[in-house]
Unconditional design. Structure first.
Length: 534
């Protein structure tokens, strides 16, 4: 038996039966070592993480910008090409989700957790300290426009292009070409036989590490947001112990939801989550500084369009490079960390829809929602800061980014109702996002099969294991470094994720250049039922 066969085959017996060793063990051992190292020498661990964080930005930061911009160009090209008419799963494939549920799950699996944390904090930071290259003064009208345009760059079309590229490539490889449930399936289109056997397992293992780092970063942000809100609401002391309790509750909830399956868990939570999002956005718009929100939005959309290309691409040296390191590269690294494994989930649930519909509901509609959300929450934050002589800025300075949203809500009517509802929304958002990604993590760890649902054998304990490990890593970084720890985790997972996104873009280009006849038959009969119950 060859080394490739040994490395790529699951373990047949014992508690680790069906586990793919090259996928499961390397990222698991790295993260276990991280947890153990924090108990032994937290200063050394933080020093190593900081070094890795800085090295990635120094040596490969430009690649995040160029790769993300390439995704914005290539994904729409695929949708508008003859490939856009191909139905995922074949011409006879039927959707397993309605368009509404599809949109809701996609949104909640991707940016929904981040918009709650950064939707008020990030614009305030840019408003008070705009990038030097913008040429605008802090706290000026120009700074407001710059802040909102920056939100659009970081939270709309570019992030969703990063997500859509590997998701679409996987959907076609899995549903239409009959390839295994693995990120190596679309990458095989790009790089050939190197993405088979042990190579396939290594690719999935790299993607798994990237996602776990990204998920831990987002969970860390969730711990900070919920802990700060609960502390303010109930007077509980916010600190490492309290954040640990919050993290344990989130982990328990998303593992329990993931075990219940797509139709019973993720679909229901996503539907509830998005409806609350819409209600919140409408309330903030009506109760907040509506005129200021509309004025800021119209000015910022024009700024976003006019500056999209130069701000998306790298400009070496000086203030431009430093600011992009701290903001744009950080955000694109975070999306790149989430994208590969999330792609498995997004590609699996898209069966029955065309490539063009995939482009609309996985990229365009969620991106427009992101712009609308950031316009309302970002515009309201800056408007209220202007009206209250800097109270929002004071909250940012005294309580950190996690405290800004509560300062905003405190200036609006019905605070006693809205703050608990926001806490509930934040909790549901994190559970939903972690739910779908825990599902993908457990599936990719289980032995190679053409079925998306491997059954209960081994999957339950894998979900529990990864949920607990993600929670532990998130707690360590937030307890010791706060938001700085979240940012480091994002970058550490982003680079390997970006390499997979780039390979997926190559796969899409190759699919566009070949006849689409080979994609029309599909293999949907194989997995429609299992995708529903996964």
């Amino acid at each position: 038996m060859s080394k490739s066969q040994i490395d790529s085959k699951p373990i047949p017996h014992g508690p680790f039966r069906n586990i793919r060793p090259l996928v499961f063990w390397p990222p698991a051992l790295i993260l276990i070592a991280t947890v153990a190292g924090s108990l032994y020498n937290i200063e050394g661990l933080l020093s190593a993480a900081t070094f890795g964080h800085e090295y990635i930005l120094d040596e490969a930061g430009w690649l995040f910008l160029v790769g993300s911009f390439a995704a914005v160009i290539i994904v729409p090209m695929a949708a508008l090409s003859p490939l856009g008419r191909v139905r995922i799963g074949g011409i006879h494939a039927k959707p397993i989700l309605s368009r509404w549920n599809w949109f809701a799950i996609t949104l909640c699996t991707t940016i929904a957790t981040g918009i709650l944390f950064w939707g008020t904090a990030e614009p305030l930071m840019h408003y008070n300290a705009p990038a030097g290259f913008s040429g605008v003064a802090p706290r000026s009208n120009g700074a407001e426009t710059f802040a909102l345009a920056t939100l659009y760059l970081h939270w709309s079309f570019t992030p969703y292009a990063i997500y859509t590229a590997p998701a679409l490539a996987f959907a076609l490889a899995y549903h239409n070409l009959g390839r295994p449930y693995s990120l190596s399936s679309p990458l095989r289109i790009a790089v050939g036989s190197i993405a088979t056997g042990a190579g396939a397992a290594v690719i999935d293992g790299i993607a798994l590490f990237a996602l776990v780092a990204g998920v831990a970063a987002s969970l860390g942000a969730g711990m900070l947001t919920l802990a700060d809100g609960l502390s303010a609401l109930f007077g509980a002391p916010d600190g490492p112990t309290f954040r640990a309790v919050v993290g344990i509750f989130i982990v328990f909830s998303f593992v329990a939801s993931s075990v219940s399956g797509l139709q019973r868990g993720i679909r229901v939570l996503s539907d509830l989550n998005v409806r609350i999002f819409f209600a919140f956005a409408v309330f903030i718009f009506i109760a907040g500084p509506s005129v200021s929100i509309l004025r800021g939005m119209f000015l910022a959309v024009g700024e976003y369009i006019a500056t999209f290309v130069p701000r998306s691409l790298a400009a070496p040296g000086g203030d431009v490079e430093q600011w992009r390191r701290e903001w744009t590269m950080f955000n694109f690294a975070n999306w790149s960390a989430w994208a590969p494994i999330t792609a498995l989930f997004l590609g699996r649930i898209a069966v029955g829809y065309t490539v063009r519909e995939f482009f609309v509901f996985t990229l365009v509609v969620p991106a427009l929602f992101g712009m609308a959300w950031m316009s309302i929450f970002g515009g309201a934050t800056i408007g209220l800061d202007q009206m209250t002589s800097g109270l929002m800025t004071a909250a940012l300075r005294e309580r950190g980014p996690e405290g800004v949203i509560y300062a905003v809500l405190g200036e609006l009517p019905f605070t006693a109702v809205i703050v608990p509802l926001f806490l509930f929304t934040t909790f549901v958002s994190f559970v939903t996002a972690m739910d779908s990604n825990t599902d993908s993590i457990s599936n990719v760890c289980v032995g190679s099969s053409h079925k998306a649902d491997r059954g209960p054998d081994g999957v339950l304990w894998v979900k529990i294991f990864w949920g607990a490990l993600i929670g532990a890593v998130a707690w360590i970084m937030t307890a010791t470094s706060g938001i700085a720890g979240v940012r480091m985790l994002s970058n550490l997972g982003g680079l390997p994720g970006l390499l997979i996104v780039l390979a997926s873009l190559v796969a899409l280009v190759r699919l566009m250049l070949q006849p689409t006849s080979s994609l029309h038959d599909g293999v949907v009969v194989r997995d429609a039922a299992s995708a529903q119950g996964a």
